[in-house]
Write a protein of this length. Structure first.
Length: 367
């Protein structure tokens, strides 16, 4: 009898312990659920330990995502340097999770090849030229107005246009109309002018010259309008083509002329200032969709910072380059009949601006 009573008492104790244990387990589960609902981390998890340590962000010893940034310009070019600055800042601001490898000097192809691979996701980022989007196959007809010679008064004017209503509309349309790319921000790398193996003082001096151009209809029509013979060619082939006389000249901003050392084989740079070409920091839509919302914001903010810094320093750097070009024996020429060049280009505005007259007027009136 005593044995039976002892067994019953023991069972009661065990039962009470079980009830207590269950109650505690249920309470813990309830507490955990409440914390998770509030966005808090349950005690004991790695995330909770980070929170308890002051919320320090994770630092990555090796990147989890490696992106390829195609840059057609030479390593020394300010545009390539801006691309590297962007890459360095992204690595820093993502704590090493994302690494961007920059390939300068058209290592991954010319503008068209790069853009096509960008759309496929084979390349992640590049600096694209909106004026050439039609050539790239994008159905955004109005971008061709950006290629009209003498559209912008100067670089500051172009920057204001691209950071205004026009530029915002283009950002939206590029993605919405199946461009498969996302524009992060814009910059302007200076005005483009002609250079050649002989002095160009007047429009008459330009007649008959074989001028390397990009594979773009506007550029070819422009050279024809000025009396030259357009010769489409990849950037990577230009130096040797100038050296061997395959072409007589080409056109580039001062920085491109300087950084690629074209002055060594084509020492006459004529300030035609025929075109100011806005450039866009562009990312593949496939790559963009792999980023978190926080990372997307980091990319946008960093692009805005880099482009703003680029515009602040570009004129100062160009002044230094001009002096160095003169010291190297290059001759920089102011055209004697600038108005004749502007007049000769008017048929291009009629051709490529047809239907967009109001847009062109609005661009020119931007202050």
């Amino acid at each position: 009898m005593r044995k039976q009573m002892w067994i019953l008492a023991l069972a009661a104790v065990v039962g009470m312990s079980g009830l207590t244990g269950c109650a505690q387990t249920e309470k813990q589960a309830e507490t955990t659920a409440i914390k998770e609902t509030k966005g808090e981390q349950p005690a004991g998890t790695e995330a909770a330990k980070e929170e308890e340590a002051g919320g320090a962000a994770k630092v990555y010893d090796s990147p989890e995502m490696i992106l390829r940034y195609a840059e057609v310009n030479a390593e020394k070019d300010e545009r390539a340097q801006a691309s590297r600055q962007f890459a360095d800042l992204i690595k820093e601001r993502t704590n090493g999770r994302i690494e961007i490898q920059v390939f300068p000097g058209a290592q991954l192809g010319d503008n068209k090849q790069v853009f096509q691979n960008l759309q496929l996701g084979a390349i992640d980022m590049t600096n694209s030229v909106p004026a050439q989007y039609k050539t790239m196959g994008l159905d955004i007809p109005y971008v061709k107005v950006l290629g009209i010679p003498f559209l912008f008064r100067d670089e500051d004017h172009a920057v204001k246009v691209m950071h205004g209503e026009f530029g915002e509309q283009l950002k939206s349309d590029v993605t919405a109309k199946g461009g498969k790319v996302v524009i992060l921000d814009y910059f302007v790398a200076g005005s483009r002018s002609f250079f050649a193996n002989k002095p160009i003082n007047t429009l008459a001096d330009f007649k008959g010259l074989k001028i390397r151009v990009q594979q773009d209809e506007v550029y070819m029509d422009m050279v024809k309008a000025f009396g030259g013979s357009p010769t489409p060619m990849a950037t990577s082939e230009l130096y040797s083509a100038l050296q061997t006389g395959v072409v007589d000249g080409a056109e580039n901003p001062v920085k491109g002329y300087y950084n690629n050392k074209y002055y060594e084989v084509s020492p006459y740079y004529a300030y035609s200032r025929h075109m100011i070409e806005p450039t866009a920091i562009t990312i593949s839509e496939l790559t963009w969709n792999r980023l978190s919302e926080e990372e997307k914001e980091i990319f946008r903010a960093t692009a805005a910072e880099v482009t703003a810094e680029f515009q602040k320093t570009i004129k100062e750097k160009e002044s230094i380059q001009i002096e160095e070009l003169k010291a190297a024996g290059a001759e920089l020429i102011e055209l004697q009949d600038y108005d004749k060049w502007v007049e000769a280009a008017k048929p291009l505005e009629e051709k490529y601006g047809a239907g967009f007259e109001d847009m062109i007027k609005k661009i020119r009136e931007t202050e």
